[in-house]
Design a protein around this ligand. Structure first.
Ligand SMILES: Cc1cc2nc3c(=O)[nH]c(=O)nc-3n(C[C@H](O)[C@H](O)[C@H](O)COP(=O)(O)O)c2cc1C
Length: 460
């Protein structure tokens, strides 16, 4: 049997997400839609029609002010600004759908773990087990001042703190409430058995959290854990915690190598490598024929804002691209922002003279994600080729123009993938963890680090 191609949609409660300038494209509706609940409900229904496993919502705090030492280009070109809170629109989308999952970004650098645990338990209850958490450590330094939490920590220290952060939320989700603590015993007037609700008494370097958790166990308890860091430290973190890795791969070779590294790192942690799903992001541009798709791509170029793309990438890597000369190797540069993207341009073409203009042009549509351009069968061929040539499990789909690009993908590419037996006709499972790992797999598997320190009530 052919391996299923899992599909997730990738966007943000923001405008023309990774394709700066497309808000001017008449086919864009994100410019006004991002703040309209109907836009999100319609999108969720479209994705469910296409058997998508999840809608992945990015989020940032702080402005992209690295490019030319100013936030002006980022504000002008809507570089993840404005950005509404993704967690708040999920209930409405869950109400309008039955199977689609939601992967919500929440940063370990800004919110207290106790609050995060409560938010995600609530969302897991309200969605009936369809929630995932994209665990990020973030990178925009000016967010810190707004949260009143001092200077941004170094790249590796943010990950160290995130390790303890996850320890806290695992204790709350997995070890605070026994499965049958909510007894609802009318005869004896007991709703929750106090002996089965436990403090976690966490005392650590960064956090002291006594507990107990405020929420009773939800269908998945711990949300499905996504992670997107690609540095050495990021992969180590993913290997320990992630169940789904969202990766930005420049090309197929990069994808093949990265997937191998992730699988090896997962096994080193004593986990089955198939307990982690790997999803590279892609930007499909589809039309009835290859020629029409190429025409569509050419039209998109007329609307693109390379300056916005340069501001985006500069903020990601913490390096002002306007000061970079074509003889410099970005990968030789040290950064406290996203390290995993430093070598992007060298991977795309190591022999090219990467001028500022060339960089801006390269990433103005789909940013650093590969563009799959063509008819439905051309795009399905490319997707199958990546699946066969690298050890991945599917894709995070980020159309250049939203939300029309999602509709086109669902109406044109999904039927072709179904015809090839790569996408099921209907959902077979209920919770998001089951969508990825199979029926009956709603909870974290026993080899996950969250289960390592079992409390006494679980050992007996
Ligand atoms: C595909 C992808 C998506 C990401 N999405 C977000 C996001 O929505 N919000 C955020 O604060 N950080 C996001 N990050 C960055 C993470 O915060 C990451 O933990 C951090 O930048 C370190 O990355 P590194 O390990 O590659 O250096 C994303 C990174 C990647 C590669």
């Amino acid at each position: 049997m052919k391996k299923q191609i899992h599909l997730n949609a990738f966007t943000q409660c923001s405008i023309c997400h990774h394709s700066k300038g497309q808000w001017k494209n008449p086919r864009d509706s994100s410019s006004l839609g991002y703040k309209d609940v109907n836009y999100w409900v319609d999108l969720a229904r479209t994705l469910e029609r296409g058997n998508f496993d999840a809608l992945f919502l990015a989020d940032v705090h702080g402005t992209y002010n690295v490019y030319k030492g100013s936030r002006d280009a980022a504000v002008r070109h809507t570089v993840q600004f404005p950005s509404n809170d993704p967690s708040l629109v999920i209930s409405a989308m869950a109400y309008a759908t039955k199977f689609l999952g939601f992967a919500c970004t929440y940063s370990t650098s800004y919110f207290a773990p106790y609050q995060t645990a409560k938010n995600f338990s609530t969302l897991d209850h309200l969605t009936k087990g369809r929630i995932a958490w994209n665990v990020v450590t973030s990178y925009l330094p000016d967010a810190n001042a707004n949260f009143g939490i001092g200077e941004q920590m170094s790249h590796d220290e943010r990950y160290e703190r995130a390790e303890e952060y996850l320890d806290v939320v695992y204790k709350l989700w997995e070890h605070s409430w026994e499965e049958d603590a909510a007894v609802r015993d009318i005869d004896n007037d007991v709703h929750n058995d106090p002996a089965k609700v436990h403090e976690i008494n966490h005392e650590g370097t960064w956090f002291n959290v006594p507990g107990p958790h405020m929420c009773e166990p939800s269908l998945q308890r711990t949300p499905v854990l996504f992670q997107a860091g690609q540095s050495g430290r990021g992969v180590e973190f993913a290997a320990r915690h992630a169940e789904a890795v969202f990766a930005l791969m420049a090309d197929l070779n990069h994808c093949r190598d990265s997937a191998k590294k992730v699988r090896a790192a997962v096994e080193k942690q004593g986990r089955a490598s198939e307990h982690v799903k790997i999803f590279p992001g892609i930007t499909p541009i589809v039309a009835a024929s290859d020629e029409q798709a190429n025409d569509k791509f050419e039209q998109m170029k007329e609307y693109s804002s390379p300056e916005g793309a340069l501001a985006l990438f500069s903020g990601w890597v913490g390096i002002d691209l306007s000061t970079v000369t074509s003889d410099m190797l970005l990968s030789d540069t040290k950064t406290e922002a996203i390290q995993g993207l430093l070598s992007y341009f060298e991977i795309v073409d190591p022999n090219r003279k990467w001028t500022v203009e060339a960089m801006g042009e390269q990433i103005s549509i789909g940013s650093v994600m590969p563009k799959f351009i063509g008819s439905p069968s051309t795009i399905a061929d490319q997707m199958e080729h990546w699946m066969e040539e690298s050890d991945i499990d599917g894709f995070n789909i980020a159309p250049a123009v939203q939300s029309s690009g999602f509709e086109e993908f669902v109406d044109l590419v999904v039927p072709e993938l179904r015809r090839r037996g790569r996408v099921p006709e209907t959902y077979q499972t209920a919770t998001l963890r089951e969508h990825y790992f199979g029926a009956g797999q709603s909870r974290l598997p026993s080899d996950h680090v969250a289960h390592r320190a079992l409390p006494r009530w679980k050992l007996t």
